[in-house]
Design a binder for this molecule. Structure first.
Ligand code: INI
Length: 153
């Protein structure tokens, strides 16, 4: 037996958690994610948006939303850009492991739409300019995961 999520219109509400830090990039990820949800039949009235200061703050909010039993999925959007110190490693590492932990703790798909890039140019390319839009891809992954979770025994 193969279990696989499809891309049919999913049921339920979706939460988006978006960091304000590197807002130029994150707003493009947000636009991509809402576009993907709309294209998969998720109307705007089934989407809640929560804004947080930076990517470091995403896991706490994602876990609270995931465990609330109100959402079919939580989509996390942020952008961490490497600087001259090791600050990047701490923010990116905490966001990454915290988002994974939020999914495991809640049993709800918590999707990783956080860019971790060396430069702003790389980030913009991944936010719709030249290398797809990772926000769009994150929302498509959310749709697939919601439909998969419904099918699993
Ligand atoms: N937050 C980001 O989302 N991206 C970054 O690149 C970043 N950098 O480089 O510092 C960043 N820092 C803020 C951090 O997420 C927290 O908001 C802050 O430390 C307060 O806890």
């Amino acid at each position: 037996m193969l279990y696989e999520g499809d891309f049919s219109p999913p049921a339920g509400r979706f939460a988006l958690v978006a960091a304000r830090f590197n807002g130029l990039v994150v707003e493009q990820l947000l636009a991509g994610a809402t576009d993907a949800l709309a294209r998969h039949g998720v109307s705007a009235d089934r989407i809640d948006l929560v804004r947080v200061p930076g990517s470091f703050e995403i896991p706490l909010v994602a876990q609270k939303l995931g465990t609330s039993a109100k959402y079919a999925a939580v989509i996390c959007l942020g952008c961490v850009i490497r600087g001259d110190t090791d600050h990047y490693d701490h923010v990116a590492g905490t966001a990454t492991s915290g988002i994974a932990q939020a999914a495991l703790a809640s049993g709800v798909p918590v999707i990783f739409g956080v860019l971790t890039c060396d430069t702003l140019e790389q980030a913009l390319h991944r936010a719709g300019a030249k290398a797809g839009n990772k926000g769009f891809e994150a929302a498509v992954a959310a749709v697939e995961m919601v439909n998969l979770m419904k099918k699993l025994p």
